[in-house]
Design a protein around this ligand. Structure first.
Ligand code: ACO
Length: 332
């Protein structure tokens, strides 16, 4: 569905992020699988990732990130109308992790649910939250992207284990009363390509209770080459569509925040969209790919570092398993 927004209705009033506290470096991975700092750095741009300590669950990271977003906005948990969490590594099969976050935050007036869209989960949540506020159904919505990917990473598979990290990023969306806010959102998916990036185990297809299923089926499988090829093309398309729907051109953008999956994907997009270095935010070197947490974490860091400020036009674009993709343009 194509729709241009004449006036923003929802804006971001606060952000926050949290990561695992254990740093897993390329040197650490050299001791675990046959790889090298040189290979990982040149192929992915990643130097280290943050991994949670045993016992820390996805909702713990979310609560930390949400509390920061609420504090920045001066909003208390009981004012929240919805909690929307993009994740594929929730605390449990059910209830939804958003419900667990509600309980931990004591946000008892909120409706809560998780969105399963892999790396695009946070931007999918943004489209849903923006639509709810636009429709007059809500005033204040927490949108979170969070993953503990270490819980489904196979640390014997060098093709995937060097890529992923743990983290959470949150944004509080509120009704806007000025020209700040979401100018466009765009989402899409293509289930025909699901087999290229998948975790098959743990659902009704390969249930966890069936002991005959090999343990690798409960971890991430990725055909890296094929995913890479599609990621560049689709993220480009998503970024350009969000701009077109907002009637903006790349020159109008103050900061582009792409999903942090691979530095080479980011570099390719930078070139094709003709963004100078200073207009593209990159933190993949520190965190690796944290899936749905990557864009809200980067946004929060960009704010904290003074790389973006109130009134700036921000473009975000994500791509992930499914395949799914999503983008948004907004005035901060
Ligand atoms: N260390 C050393 N060698 C390695 C490693 C490693 N960690 N991993 C793979 N290799 C080897 C391969 O075995 C292969 O060796 P061979 O030629 O002897 O068989 C060689 O390196 C080249 O492998 P490729 O897979 O072709 O490497 P490529 O340059 O494609 O890089 C990578 C792999 C980094 C995974 C890349 O394909 C990529 O980033 N893909 C996209 C990932 C992505 O965007 N995911 C997005 C969504 S993620 C999500 O939704 C959760």
């Amino acid at each position: 569905m194509i729709h241009d927004f004449d006036r923003p209705v929802a804006r971001i009033a606060g952000t926050g992020h949290a990561t695992g506290t254990r740093i897993l470096t390329n040197a650490d991975l050299e001791k675990m699988v046959e790889t090298s700092d040189e290979w990982i750095t040149t192929r992915t741009g990643i130097k280290e990732r943050r991994i949670v300590e045993n016992g820390v669950v996805t909702s713990d990271l979310c609560v930390d990130a949400c509390q920061q977003a609420l504090d920045e906005a001066g909003v208390s948990p009981h004012e929240i109308d919805y909690i929307v969490l993009g994740t594929v590594t929730g605390d449990m099969k059910f209830p939804s992790t958003a419900t667990i976050i509600q309980s931990k935050l004591k946000a008892y007036n909120a409706t809560t649910f998780d969105v399963s869209a892999a790396c695009s989960g946070w931007v999918y949540g943004i489209e849903i939250a923006d639509s709810l506020i636009r429709a007059g159904r809500a005033d204040k919505i927490l949108v979170i992207g969070a993953e503990i990917l270490s819980s489904m990473t196979n640390y014997n598979d060098r093709k995937t284990c060097v890529l992923f990290g743990d983290g959470a990023g949150a944004a509080l969306l509120v009704r806007s009363n000025d020209d700040r806010g979401f100018l466009s959102t765009y989402t899409g998916s293509n289930g025909d390509l699901a087999h290229l990036l998948i975790c098959e185990g743990g659902g009704s297809y390969k249930p966890g209770k069936n002991r005959d299923i090999p343990s690798e089926d409960f971890t991430i499988y990725m055909n890296g080459n094929e995913v890479f090829r599609h990621a560049v093309r689709i993220m480009d398309h998503a970024a350009l569509t969000a701009l077109e729907k907002a009637r903006l051109s790349p020159e109008d953008v103050d900061m582009f925040i792409p999903h942090q999956a691979n530095i080479r994907i980011i570099e390719a997009m930078k070139k094709r969209l003709k963004f100078p270095d200073e207009k593209v935010f990159v933190n993949i070197q520190k965190y690796g790919n944290t899936s749905s947490a990557s864009i809200p974490t980067a946004l929060d860091e960009a704010k904290n570092q003074g790389r973006v400020k109130e009134g700036d036009v921000i473009l975000v674009a994500a791509f992930g398993g499914g395949f799914t993709w999503a983008s948004a343009a907004f005035r901060l």
